[in-house]
Design a protein around this ligand. Structure first.
Ligand code: PGA
Length: 252
């Protein structure tokens, strides 16, 4: 029963990653308009900057953070622990977004440790992986992605990895307006599932894999129609409530 019909059993998710954007006015728009949008078959998630989390706590869509500490507590000035996110209404947290991998030099090991912190606290980590253009052009795409995945899989083990979500976000598509074609994205999502199936077939068939990188209202439907794409992680287009709702509707 777990194996067959797996694509249909994976509920679609659309997650908005506000990055370092937004204000209380945008929080209000989301609280008011998402509630009225009557989305039924898609999980909607908003990941605002930390200071706005509490303003969403009563919302009827899911809430996530964009980052967390690799430690559970202690003398780590400026860091935020998984347990604090949970207390502020989060159920999800992004880990290993490419901007953190490049700006904050987060290694695969740090990303894996953060995913473990999330799991230990009862949060769902959304593990972001993705190659830059050079890696793709040099033909190292699949090896590179396998290494990013394996670092987290080795740390978490199959049972905890199965509680996670993966987001495939090619770096060359993030914020550039140049989205991966549905075929390009499907090729990689299919690879991710095959790679995970070598460890555990059920994990591979049940894991939700989101696509991210210049998803917009007008390209979302074609991407979400691919058999191994279970929704999207949306950056720029998640800052406009009308556009974001249209993307959610494309998955609904
Ligand atoms: P984008 O960002 O939609 O603006 O390309 C996606 C992301 O970084 O999560």
């Amino acid at each position: 029963m777990q194996q067959k019909n797996s694509a249909a059993s994976r509920r679609k998710m659309v997650a908005g990653n506000w990055k370092m954007h937004g204000d209380f006015a945008l929080v209000r728009q989301f609280n008011e308009q998402l509630r009225q949008s009557d989305l039924q078959f898609v999980d909607v998630l908003v990941c605002p900057p930390f200071p706005y989390l509490h303003a969403f706590a009563q919302a009827d869509f899911a809430l996530g953070a964009q980052n967390l500490s690799a430690q559970s507590q202690g003398a780590h000035t400026g860091e935020v622990a998984a347990s604090m996110l949970l207390e502020n209404g989060c159920n999800y947290v992004l880990v290993g977004h490419s901007e953190r991998r490049s700006d904050q030099q987060e290694s695969n090991q740090i990303v894996a440790n953060k995913a473990q912190q999330a799991i230990d606290a009862g949060l769902t980590p959304i593990v972001c992986i993705g190659e830059d253009l050079q890696v793709r052009q040099q033909g190292q795409l699949f090896d590179f992605l396998a290494e990013q995945l394996d670092a987290v899989l080795d740390k978490l083990g199959v049972a905890d990895f199965a509680k996670s979500i993966v987001a495939y976000e090619p770096v060359w598509a993030i914020g550039t307006g140049q989205t991966a074609s549905p075929e390009q994205a499907q090729e990689v999502h299919g690879f991710i599932r095959q790679h995970l199936a070598k460890q555990d077939a059920q994990l591979a068939s049940q894991l939700r894999i989101l696509y991210g990188g210049s998803v917009k209202a007008d390209n979302a439907k074609a991407l979400f129609a691919q058999p191994d794409i279970d929704g999207g992680l949306i950056g720029g287009a998640s800052l406009k409530i009308d556009e974001f709702i249209k993307i959610c509707q494309a998955a609904d």
